[in-house]
Design a protein around this ligand. Structure first.
Ligand code: ADP
Ligand code: MG
Length: 262
């Protein structure tokens, strides 16, 4: 199983949309995918029609045994989504109590990695929608992953948020054997705005090695898909947004091959 985390400490940059778009395209291609909602806001869980405020069982349950994950529990927590090949490990508001806990001392850093290890025969791919704060949940997302996707909204303050995310990553890398490879993805790009063009220029200058050279455009079909509760490609496989996400997926899969060979 390959595990990707989608993270940025800034909200509203397209993390949930990117997670679901990529999961949908992988599933369309026949892959069995588990999506993990580690954001206490539970946007991904709501997207697929489950209410994070009333769910009795969620990822939170995985954290209750001092870091050991009971055999079979991750599988029991899985919920259905709009796509037969995508299962969801849902969030619930209870996760918020973990979000701010400092990572490290409590032995909870590998809970998601251990949970996914129990699912590797059932799924080809996992995608983790990560929380905005650097706490136990973020550390879990990064520790469980082979590759990190950082969506960055192409607007003025985005680069600050990206700097914060990259320094969070280097903190987490110190406790990993290998640095986590990451790809920066410009999102919500609008070619008519100076802010979008300028941000793209700054990203190209500052992060030439990690930047995906294209971008995800503003596309209202992506918003419509979320309102309909289906993946973007289920909603409209030919929209500009989906075409861009298809190119991104191809890029990420080629990066994955490169890291596997290296
Ligand atoms: P995050 O998870 O980082 O908070 P979301 O993926 O929830 O961000 O996106 C925030 C909002 O912007 C959502 O309403 C989503 O539907 C919308 N959105 C995301 N990406 C695009 C896009 N490329 N074009 C248009 N709307 C988008
Ligand atoms: Mg989100």
């Amino acid at each position: 199983m390959r595990v990707w985390a989608v993270a940025n400490q800034k909200g509203g940059v397209g993390k949930t949309t990117t997670s679901i778009a990529l999961a949908g395209l992988l599933a369309d291609a026949g892959k069995r995918v588990v999506v993990v909602d580690l954001d206490p806001h539970g946007s991904m869980t709501s997207y697929f029609g489950h209410d994070p405020d009333t769910l009795e069982h969620s990822c939170f349950d995985l954290f209750l045994k001092q870091g050991s994950v009971p055999e079979g529990l991750p599988r029991e927590l899985l919920l259905q989504t709009s796509h037969e090949r995508i299962s969801l490990l849902p969030s619930s508001t209870a996760l918020a109590t973990l979000e701010r806990q400092s990572p490290g001392q409590n032995g909870l850093g590998l809970v998601i990695a251990k949970s996914l290890a129990q699912l590797w025969q059932q799924f080809d791919h996992a995608i983790i929608d990560s929380p905005p704060l650097l706490g136990v949940l973020m550390v879990n997302a990064l520790a469980a992953s082979h590759q990190l996707v950082i969506p960055v909204q192409t607007e003025f303050l985005a680069v600050k948020g990206l700097e914060r995310m990259v320094s969070t990553l280097s903190m987490v890398n110190r406790s990993r054997k290998q640095a986590l490879p990451y790809t920066i993805v410009p999102t919500l790009f609008d070619r008519r705005t100076q802010a979008s063009l300028n941000t793209l220029k700054v990203l190209r200058n500052n992060y030439p090695e990690h930047l995906w050279q294209a971008y995800i455009p503003v596309d209202t079909r992506l918003r419509d898909a979320s309102r309909a509760g289906v993946t973007p490609s289920q909603y409209d496989g030919n929209s500009r947004g989906v075409i861009a996400y298809r190119a991104l997926l191809k890029h990420l899969l080629s990066q994955q091959l490169a890291t596997q060979v290296a």
